[in-house]
Write a new protein. Structure first.
Length: 582
């Protein structure tokens, strides 16, 4: 094997790994919504979890990626450890799909229809279709489809380059002796584990083994232990991803390692006994591409059959190996996990869950702030401040996370949803701030022993009812993406603006008549400002919901058009004017 063959081998390996990576990422983006649905249908049932792991891995072509996702799900609280165990087992079976695809390269026949099944026959066509989709289509889904085809074509070209580069090794005695050495099962397992740990993909390492098998020098006796070792090596990715995660996420990664180590130990022992007692002729025969794919699938199925009934024991074992912290609260649960970036659609769904918590907390904070003007309980004040701190935390982590998520390649729909959340979280956080401002105004009134006049108090109650309604319908519009509720916000916001102006005018008249002190008037003005600005933020939220539905991000333009052209706006405006008349 000369220098140029070595360079061809390295180039083929690079194309193979690159193609597999591109194809997997594009498949995930293209099937993001379906992956989300698969995860959503997860139950604690073993079969459901197993099939979910199998399906997701078959789609994205990587058990390592699936397991990293699972670690992220467990870390974020989206999945229990028991569910994770079932999914990980399914992932080990799903990863065998790649070997079956690659085995088509070994098809040999003069029949034209059979030859068309050979990747070297149809890969150029796929590459041509893929580049047309990628370069000339504007739709992100079609571009992703093009990338899937290009990734597959690149993978297969890399496979052929590797096979061509190592073809000459069939005549090299040292190469033959190397694989004779790997017929020692322990050495074979170690070699497979080491190779897979380096490239962090059992699918890729099986592909490399298939390429080497095309020399005719790899026997089944050497290939099977290497395949067993590859399952152990692929655990490295998940173990690395669990660094910095919570205790349950570490346990999920540990389950992946234990599953493969225990399965390999049992079936390697069985293999060794069969080899020693029966010495099957098959083990000395040259391994074919199809034979390696079959061995890979059978081994993973046997491991699953062996350990699926033992999921409870596996869970107890990892709980013993990684016990809970002795000090309660020593580990804090992360709200958002960057491991979920591997599946942007699910990462975005997690953001929506946190944004929903932010929205509900902000509205509750504002309502409690309103209540503080009538209730001076210390518990209420403490609750308001704690909730406002929580909304600050949610806004900080969401803002940072969404910016990083938006910088990745995500679908058009996910991009719009991320932009919507980025716009809305600031408005909800400010609503909570206004709740705290109302608490401070209430404290100022009490500390200075001031009170509102009877007329001001009555007007305040009317304004409060309007604010509570606009908060409720804005929250519903956001949580349920309800355009009907969103359309009710702007008319009510306009009515609240008029209420504020009327209440300020009446306050000035009371000042002139000496019914109200100037100092109390300043506090009254602050209260009105906080209530009116809360309505403004509700208007922004509703406008954003309406804009997203119309694929338009110009909130102010949309609201102007709605006020000017909508009969629905006018009808609702008149209805609210009557309802909240002073």
């Amino acid at each position: 094997m000369d220098l140029f063959q070595v360079l061809t081998l390295l180039g083929g390996l690079s194309l193979f790994l690159f193609g597999m990576n591109i194809m997997g990422q594009s498949l995930e983006r293209r099937a993001g919504g379906k992956l989300r649905a698969l995860i959503g249908r997860l139950t604690t049932g073993r079969v459901a979890g197993l099939l979910t792991g199998l399906g997701v891995t078959a789609v994205i072509q990587s058990s390592s990626a699936t397991t990293v996702m699972v670690v992220g799900f467990v870390n974020s609280g989206l999945m229990t450890l028991r569910q994770a165990i079932n999914v990980i087992m399914g992932a080990n079976v799903g990863t065998t799909v790649t070997a079956w695809i690659l085995s088509m390269a070994g098809i040999e026949s003069s029949n034209i229809f059979v030859k068309l099944l050979k990747p070297s026959s149809f890969t150029p066509v796929l590459a041509f279709i893929g580049i047309i989709y990628y370069m000339f289509c504007k739709s992100s889904k079609k571009k992703d489809t093009g990338m899937i085809l290009l990734g597959f074509a690149t993978l297969m070209f890399g496979m052929e380059a590797m096979s061509g580069a190592v073809a000459g090794l069939s005549e090299v005695p040292a190469f033959q002796n190397l694989f004779l050495l790997f017929e020692n099962p322990v050495l074979g397992v170690l070699a497979g584990a080491a190779l897979t740990a380096v490239i962090q993909s059992s699918s890729a390492s099986v592909g490399i083994l298939q390429a080497l098998a095309m020399t005719g020098q790899v026997s089944y006796g050497a290939a099977i232990p290497i395949i067993m070792g590859q399952n152990i090596g692929t655990c490295v990715t998940a173990m690395i991803s669990s660094v910095g995660a919570n205790r349950n996420a570490k346990r999920a990664a540990m389950v992946h390692l234990l599953f493969n180590v225990m399965g390999t130990a049992v079936w390697l022992t069985v293999f060794w006994m069969i080899k020693g007692i029966f010495s099957p002729v098959l083990l000395n025969a040259p391994a074919s591409l199809l034979g390696i794919a079959v061995a890979h699938s059978v081994f993973n199925l046997l491991c699953t059959v062996l350990l699926l009934p033992m999921t409870g024991l596996l869970e107890k074992l990892v709980n013993v190996l990684l016990p809970d912290s002795l000090q309660p609260g020593a580990e804090s649960k992360e709200e958002l996990d960057e491991r979920l970036f591997a599946t942007p659609s699910i990462a975005l769904e997690r953001c929506q869950e946190i944004a929903a918590k932010l929205a509900k907390t902000a509205v509750t904070t504002m309502k409690e702030g309103i209540l503080s003007l009538e209730n001076d309980a210390e518990e209420l004040a403490e609750s308001i401040r704690k909730k406002e701190d929580l909304t600050d935390h949610y806004e900080d982590i969401l803002g940072t996370y969404l910016v990083h998520l938006s910088a990745r390649r995500i679908s058009e729909n996910d991009s719009r949803q991320a932009a919507k959340l980025l716009k809305m979280i600031g408005d909800f956080e400010r609503i909570a701030d206004h709740g705290v401002n109302l608490l401070e105004s209430a404290n100022e009134l009490r500390n200075k022993q001031m009170s509102l006049t009877q007329e001001a108090a009555a007007q305040y109650q009317v304004m409060v009812c309007a604010i509570q309604e606009i908060l409720d319908i804005s929250l519903t519009a956001f949580l349920e993406n309800d355009l009907t509720m969103a359309a009710r916000v702007e008319p009510l916001e306009q009515v609240i603006d008029r209420l504020k102006e009327k209440m300020r005018t009446d306050h000035i008249q009371r000042l002139q008549e000496g019914k109200c002190s100037i100092e109390a008037g300043f506090v009254w003005s602050d209260i009105l400002t906080n209530l009116e600005r809360t309505a403004d933020h509700c208007s922004n939220i509703a406008g954003c919901v309406m804009d997203i539905a119309q694929n338009n991000m110009n909130i102010h333009e949309s609201l102007r058009d709605f006020r000017r052209d909508s009969a629905e706006f006018q009808s609702k405006f008149e209805e609210y004017m009557i309802k909240y008349r002073l």
